[in-house]
Structure formats: structure tokens, C-alpha cells
Design a protein around this ligand. Sequence first.
Ligand code: SF4
Length: 167
Amino acid sequence: MTKVRAAGITSGSVVDGLGVRTVAFFQGCPRHCDGCHNPETRPFDDGKEMNVSELVQEVLETITPLTKGITFSGGEPLAQMEALIEAIKMLKQKKPYLDIWVYTGYTWEEIKDKPVLEMIDVLVDGPFIQEQKDLTLAFRGSLNQRIIDVQETIKQGELVELKLETE
Ligand code: SF4
């Protein structure tokens, strides 16, 4: 059974992607971005270890008719790749209509060959850069981060950013 180290779950979020979302925060991040918004999620030995199925169950319990999707954040979700893949698979099986957003500190160029991308709708990429911080940006903290339409990017073979009505 695959284990995951998680920092927690938040439901009813409207700031971690489009629509009302449940957010699963993975514990542990190898980066040390200055001004990191979730510093408590950085140590790999903190948070709570559980089976992926338990995490998925907890996420499913938060789903309401208003929920548009699930966001994986952290910490660094890609640092627990096996757990991330299994969690998305389980969620897609139970609630295929929910869209999947993932926040990562890696850039698209660094991870573009990872198979997990086949399962992700939107990827917000790149580390938080204090000098590029902009509070007016929707769903991201600094200008370098991009909100990537993953499936269109794969289809077109070049990076496609998601068009937001708010921008
Ligand atoms: S990638 Fe995200 S969680 Fe990791 S240090 Fe940077 S801002 Fe914090």
C-alpha cells in the first residue's frame, strides 16, 4: 500500500484554482524559496503519514455538488510521485468529472517528460520568487509562475497557458 506524507486538507477553497476546490497539501519540499507561503510544509519528516487510500477518502468526504476539482499543493507534490499518481487515479475513478490542478516548484521544462502529466488538467509551475511577487495575480504568487493547460500543451507540443477570465 502506497504511503503519503500529508500536511492537511482544505475544502471550499476558491484561491487554489478555478472554482470551489478541495486542496490536498503534501508534506515536504526540497526548495527553500525566500518568502515561501507554506514554510511549515517544507520538512519531509513533519505532517502525517497515511495510506494514499485514506487521504483520498478524506478528500472524497469534502466533495459537495459545488466542488469543481481537486488541487494538490504543498510542499512539493511531485516529490511523492508514486503517491500523487495513485491518489489522482483513485479520485478519477470515483469522481471522473473533477478536474485536477497541481502546484509544483519545478518548471514545466524540468518535468515535461513525467508520465503524471497525462493525468493533470492544470499545472502551476515554478518556484516562488520574492522579487517577482505580485498580489494581484490569480492563483499564483509570483510572475514567473505559469498556469499551464497541460492537456493542450501535450496536444500542441508547445506550452499553452490557461486563459483566465479574471485576467
Ligand atoms: S516550492 Fe513552494 S513549498 Fe517549496 S519552498 Fe518554494 S514556495 Fe515553498
